[in-house]
Design a protein around this ligand. Structure first.
Ligand SMILES: Cc1cc2nc3c(=O)[nH]c(=O)nc-3n(C[C@H](O)[C@H](O)[C@H](O)COP(=O)(O)O)c2cc1C
Length: 156
């Protein structure tokens, strides 16, 4: 049976928001999920009852998760499948990916999450100056591939 999935994200520059849209599209189109996408800067504590799955996304600035997403990670997700993704320039640089993953994913999730996620991934991001993207290592193809894999995990 297709799942009901909430994607809750915090984004300041737009990369995490873009990834959330890609993931939503894959889960809807390829897996028939009923998906809601919520911006945590508009709704800091979305109601998770009624969802089978929750996907949480955040951007990284000065080595930290955005506050809204970090707080949301501490929610009690008992009985739900949870997945996590983030956007970070370091994660998009192959030379810094492993370090970014250890610092921004492994360390943060082990401290903050009560429920172990079924999947967690770090993607690249972008820098903007005066509203224009000036440096971009966002990885839409990697996001899409991860979402396909995630859809399989959530449907099993
Ligand atoms: C002020 C500032 C600080 C940043 N600090 C980091 C950092 O510590 N590590 C990193 O990997 N990327 C850093 N970045 C890059 C962001 O991770 C990148 O802009 C990403 O796209 C943020 O996600 P968002 O676009 O969804 O807000 C920084 C960007 C800005 C503007």
């Amino acid at each position: 049976m297709p799942g009901k999935t909430l994607i809750a994200y915090a984004s300041k520059g737009g990369a995490t928001s873009k990834s959330a849209s890609i993931i939503a599209e894959v889960l809807k189109t390829d897996y028939g999920h009923d998906v809601d996408v919520v911006d945590l800067h508009e709704n800091k504590r979305p109601d998770i009852s009624g969802y089978d799955n929750v996907v949480i996304g955040s951007g990284i600035r000065i080595g930290m998760w955005y506050g809204r997403a970090k707080r949301f990670l501490g929610t009690d997700f008992t009985g739900k499948k949870v997945a996590v993704f983030l956007s970070s320039m370091r994660a998009g640089d192959p030379k810094q990916y492993e370090e970014a993953r250890a610092k921004y994913i492994d360390r943060v999730l082990s401290k903050k999450m009560k429920t172990a996620p079924v999947a967690a991934e770090a993607f690249g991001g972008w820098y903007k100056k005066k509203g224009e993207i000036t440096d971009n290592n966002h990885e839409p193809d990697k996001v899409r591939a991860w979402a396909v894999e995630l859809g399989r995990t959530l449907s099993s």
